[in-house]
Design a protein around this ligand. Structure first.
Ligand code: BV8
Ligand code: ZN
Length: 293
């Protein structure tokens, strides 16, 4: 059934390439579209708004400076939604690819929802370029406290997002939350905690950029999978051109076609349905081996 989603000539030429000796190293650049089939809103279109706030405006240090209570209600809502969501077949396909040791593979995700991890993606081959909703950091400059994996929901009584889930369209102002209602650092006890995500205007964690650059420099990337991303955020979007300039090929998985792009394989449709079909020859290898073991 899913096969019909893809023009046969596109699928055949793609399968011929990924099963050829010319395709040893694959990089996957992932965006919000991968988690859309899991029920999580994207940043574009209606998904770009939370109540009457533009998500991008809330994802800045200034917004947190101005009203940490509002920003914490935004992130508590997204933590709650992500915890209620399930990884989809798109996440699972990339996770399976990460267990195929016949290819060099790395996923760099812009998503902070933790769904790739929950799909059992090999953590050594997954880089969260923009951090995670479930990492918490102290905002006190003299304190380096951070909790890499905090799934407590709600984080404080005032941040109980379950009441927010059902009134998405509600644009009424949210209650003002004073700092004492917000999560504080258990180490210095004075610092407010913040979500461990990269906000606009903040630089990406150099460890993540280094590991990504090292992967690209160490291996000639033969193919980049551009999955469910609009390419709006930089420097994440720059990796497509970096691979192209290395002579690597591009395969785009998106519900929207880019008519200006005549070079790439374009797989148009829900990537949670198309990724399993497009990458089947490389997934099969994993299953065969795991059955053998
Ligand atoms: C920095 C974490 C510098 C927080 C995020 C160069 C040019 C222009 C601008 C800049 C530039 N360099 C820097 C900038 C500024 C800025 C930027 O990129 N601005 C943009 C918006 C214009 N970049 C930064 O600020 C970066 N930092 O540059 O620091 C610096 C250097 C030194 C010292 C100090 C500073 C930091 C960027 C990271 C920001 N944090 N997220 C949070 O999530 O709350 S970005 C966030 O937005 C996401 O992580 C993601 O990266 C981006 C959203 O993009 P997508 O994931 O692609 O989602 P989108 O909704 O846009 O698209 C979804 C796509 O999926 C669509 O194409 C849709 O068609 C498709 N789709 C939908 N459903 C499906 C589907 N496809 C397939 N199947 C489906 N079912
Ligand atoms: Zn602290």
């Amino acid at each position: 059934m899913e096969e019909q989603l893809i023009p046969p000539e596109t699928l055949t030429s793609f399968h011929n390439f990924i099963t050829s000796p010319n395709c040893k190293t694959i990089l996957a650049l992932v965006g919000a579209g991968l988690s859309s089939a899991s029920g999580l809103p994207t940043f574009r279109g209606s998904g770009g708004y939370w109540r009457h706030y533009n998500s991008i405006d809330l994802a800045t240090p200034d917004a947190f400076e101005r009203d940490p209570g509002l920003v914490w209600q935004f992130y508590s809502y997204r933590r709650h939604m992500a915890l209620m969501a399930q990884p989809n077949a798109g996440h699972q396909t990339l996770a399976q690819l990460s267990h195929n040791d016949k290819i060099n593979f790395l996923t760099i995700t812009q998503n902070v929802d933790g769904l790739s991890q929950r799909a059992n993606h090999d953590s050594r081959k997954l880089i969260e370029l923009h951090g995670s909703l479930f990492c918490l950091k102290c905002t006190n400059f003299t304190c380096s406290y951070s909790d890499p994996a905090n799934f407590k929901d709600p984080l404080t009584d005032s941040l109980d997002a379950s009441s927010l889930v059902h009134d998405k369209g509600n644009t009424e102002d949210l209650p003002f939350l004073s700092d004492d209602k917000l999560p504080h650092c258990p180490a210095c006890e004075t610092g407010l905690l913040r979500p461990g995500v990269v906000w606009f205007g903040e630089s990406l964690p150099w460890v993540s950029v280094d590991k990504t650059d090292e992967f690209i420099m160490r291996n000639h990337v033969d193919l980049i999978l551009v999955v469910g991303t609009s390419g709006v955020a930089w420097p994440a979007a720059s990796y497509v051109d970096i691979v192209k300039n290395q002579g690597g090929k591009v395969a785009v998985f998106n519900i929207e076609r880019d008519d200006t792009d005549t070079e790439s394989w374009q797989f148009i449709g829900d990537c949670s349905k198309i990724l399993p079909v497009a990458l089947d020859p490389l997934i099969d290898q994993v299953n065969v081996r795991s059955e053998v073991q």
